[in-house]
Design a protein around this ligand. Structure first.
Ligand code: GLU
Length: 255
C-alpha cells in the first residue's frame, strides 16, 4: 500500500485575518478521504494550533513569546482536532492525535516507540494526525517548523511520497510576485536552485520557502518523492496525487 505524508501549513488553514478557514479544513478532509479510498495510507502533519489559539484568545494577552506559543497551542490544538474529528467522522475515518518532540527522532528507544505507535495506528486503520507538542516543547529543542517535522515523519515511516501544502504553488526561479518568475516543475538532488529562492516568511506559521526547499531536497535525496503545492487551490491534493497533469502547478523533487 502506498504511504503518503501530507503536511498542511498554518497559512493554508487560516484566512487573511488569522481565523481558521473551516471550509478549507473540510475540503482537505474530503481529499484525504479520497486518497484513502484510492488505496493510499495517509499520515497528516498539520500546523495551525498556534494560529487557532491566537484567533480564540486574541494577541492581546500579556504573555512573552514562549508563553504565547504554549497557551495558544494548548487552546488551538483542541479546536483543530475537533474540526478534523467532525469532518473525518462523516467518512467513518477514525483519527488519532500524535503530539511529538524533537527528542523522538534521535535513533533509540524514543524513536522506535513513536514509529511503533504510528505503525500500529495505521495497521488499525487509524489516520495519524501529527503536530509538534508546542505546549511543552523546549524552545531550543524545537523543530525548525512543521516542514522539518513532516520530513522526519516521512523518513521514519518510510513514506513513498511527501506533499507539503503551502499558500504558494511551489518553488519559483525568482520572486513569485514578479510576472517574469516561473514555477520550477522538477528539481533533482543534483540541481541547486537555493540562490533564486526569495524568502517571504509565512505570516501565520514558522516556515518559509527556503526551509521547505532544503527539507524537500534532503528528503528527496533519500528516495522519497516530495511535492510542494498550493493548498488553497481547489482539489490540489487529488489533482497532484491521483490525476497529475501538466496544467496543475506544483514543484516535484526527485532523487
Ligand atoms: N506547530 C505549530 C502550530 O501548530 C506550527 C509550526 C509551523 O508553523 O511550522 O501552530
Amino acid at each position: 500500500m502506498s504511504r503518503i505524508v501530507v503536511k498542511v501549513g498554518s497559512n493554508v488553514l487560516t484566512r487573511r485575518d488569522g481565523t481558521i478557514d473551516v471550509t478549507r479544513v473540510s475540503s482537505l478532509v474530503d481529499q484525504i478521504a479520497m486518497l484513502r479510498s484510492a488505496g493510499y495510507q495517509v499520515i497528516l502533519v498539520t500546523s495551525g494550533a498556534v494560529a487557532c489559539g491566537r484567533s480564540i484568545l486574541g494577541a492581546e494577552a500579556d504573555l512573552d513569546n514562549v508563553e504565547q506559543r504554549q497557551v495558544f497551542s494548548s487552546v488551538g490544538q483542541v479546536l483543530l482536532m475537533d474540526l478534523y474529528h467532525t469532518f473525518f467522522r462523516n467518512y467513518d475515518i477514525t483519527i488519532g492525535q500524535v503530539l511529538t518532540m524533537k527528542e523522538n527522532f534521535t535513533p533509540g528507544a524514543l524513536y522506535d516507540n513513536q514509529k511503533g505507535c504510528m505503525e500500529a495506528m495505521l495497521k488499525s486503520g487509524v489516520l495519524p494526525i501529527v503536530n509538534e507538542n508546542d505546549t511543552v516543547s523546549i524552545t531550543e529543542l524545537m523543530f525548525t517548523d512543521n516542514d522539518e517535522l513532516s520530513g522526519l515523519i516521512s523518513t521514519m515511516m518510510e513514506a513513498e511520497t511527501l506533499v507539503i501544502l503551502s499558500n504558494i504553488d511551489g518553488v519559483y526561479d525568482g520572486d513569485p510576485a514578479l510576472l517574469e518568475s516561473r514555477l520550477i516543475r522538477t528539481i533533482s538532488s543534483a540541481q541547486d536552485h537555493s540562490g533564486c529562492i526569495c524568502e517571504s516568511k509565512s505570516s501565520h506559521g514558522r516556515g518559509g520557502m527556503q526551509s521547505k526547499y532544503h527539507i524537500a531536497r534532503t528528503v528527496a535525496s533519500s528516495g522519497i518523492r516530495v511535492m510542494i503545492a498550493n493548498g488553497k487551490r481547489e482539489d490540489i491534493l487529488c489533482r497532484i496525487v491521483l490525476e497529475p497533469s501538466q496544467d496543475t502547478p506544483y514543484t516535484e523533487f526527485v532523487k
